[in-house]
Design a protein around this ligand. Structure first.
Ligand code: NAP
Length: 336
């Protein structure tokens, strides 16, 4: 079966996902496109998806008989309305992070999906599909013994001028927040933030770097350094310390050079290159589940839990050094 896919939001990632579905993956075809900027949707139709119809609104696209499943890749603040419309229409929906910009909004999606009674939503937390994290999870489950601590870092060479302190949580740490819940099969109970002195490359509205400490229900303490003006490269580090041993996230493949009296390893500089293969795997997973009328992978509940933890981390930034409790309702049976 070929799943007929509609894409809402044809910016950078929407265009790239449309290309994946029409040119790389099996089992899907782009039949519909929509963007507030109609010319952007038309450009994607002309370059990537010649048989797609361009719709004026996301809601009209979702209602189309030529759309079996939906990709929501528009601006984050619009995700909730489109995911709710997809659930109301009973159509599987892949939603880029964030699922919603507030925990309340993500909870409305959880409630709508639970009321519908079947999983329809996959959230685009693509790190769960990265070969390195998959191997790390296997090592943690079979080799290291029970995890005790995690040391992690999320470093970007630089960020745009408009990037501010809370964005380090909502736009950057959000990937760690999700992937560590999955990696450790655990939930968070508190968040704490410590700020070293700010680096010279930052600006008045961004305290950088920062260290976020998350504690889990099983008592694991996770320290993550966020340093978005680190200058030297885009670098994701993660080390899990267990009762019996330590497991480290593999480095991206790179050619090691002996050159100019130095042993050298190149480091990536663009985040787009770091998890590029995992986008293919997550969307292939989505197409397979959508063909069966359902969804797989990261759930609406995961999107909601990430939003709850992110809000606590922002509160922890505003109350430096204080442990902020992370609380949430019982997990609905649909997500067990
Ligand atoms: P982008 O290039 O700005 O694209 C967003 C597109 O959505 C733009 O074309 C925008 O149009 C359009 N849009 C805005 N409001 C809309 C609405 N109400 N209905 C339909 N389209 C609308 O941003 P992006 O980088 O592709 O990011 C899109 C989403 O993907 C964000 O939520 C981002 O966080 C997420 N993302 C995830 C990853 C990941 O690693 N998983 C990576 C990149 C992005 P205008 O430009 O005209 O406003």
């Amino acid at each position: 079966m070929t799943v007929k896919i509609g894409v809402i939001g044809t910016g950078a990632i929407g265009r790239d996902h449309a290309r994946r579905i029409n040119q790389v993956l099996a089992g899907g075809r782009i039949t519909a496109l929509s963007d507030v900027n109609r010319a952007s949707a038309e450009a994607v139709r002309d370059s990537i998806a010649p048989d797609a119809e361009v719709f004026a609104t996301g809601e009209e696209l979702i209602a189309s008989a030529h759309v079996d499943a939906v990709l929501v890749t528009s601006w984050g603040a619009t995700h909730e309305q489109y995911v709710l419309a997809a659930i109301a229409g009973g159509k599987p929906c892949f939603c880029e992070k964030p699922l919603a910009t507030t925990a309340e909004g993500a909870k409305r999606i959880v409630d709508a999906e639970v009321a519908f009674g079947r999983r329809l939503v996959q959230v685009g937390f693509m790190r769960r599909y990265d070969a390195g994290y998959v191997a790390l999870k296997q090592a943690v489950e079979t080799r290291t013994g029970a995890p005790v601590m995690v040391h992690a870092a999320h470093r970007n060479p630089s960020v745009p001028e408009a990037y501010t302190t809370p964005m380090a949580i909502h736009d950057t740490l959000i990937h760690e927040i999700d992937v560590f819940r999955w990696l450790l099969d655990d939930d968070y109970v508190s968040a704490r933030v410590t700020f070293p002195r700010s680096c010279a490359r930052t600006h008045a509205k961004l305290r950088d770097p920062q260290i976020v400490t998350l504690t889990t229900a099983k008592g694991v303490v996770i320290n993550t350094e966020i340093f978005v003006n680190c200058h030297y490269g885009y670098d994701i580090q993660c080390e899990v310390v267990g009762e019996d041993g330590v497991a480290r996230l593999p480095e991206p493949m790179a050619v090691r050079m002996r050159l100019n009296a130095q042993l050298q390893n190149p480091i990536l500089t663009d985040w787009k290159d770091r998890f590029v293969a995992s986008y293919d795997v997550e969307l292939q997973d989505f197409l397979k589940a959508a063909a069966a009328g359902t969804a797989t992978g990261p759930t609406s509940w995961d999107g909601y839990m990430a939003a709850v933890a992110a809000d606590a981390c922002v509160a922890a930034q505003e109350n430096e050094g204080e442990a902020i409790a992370i609380t949430y309702p019982a997990r609905p049976a649909l997500y067990v």
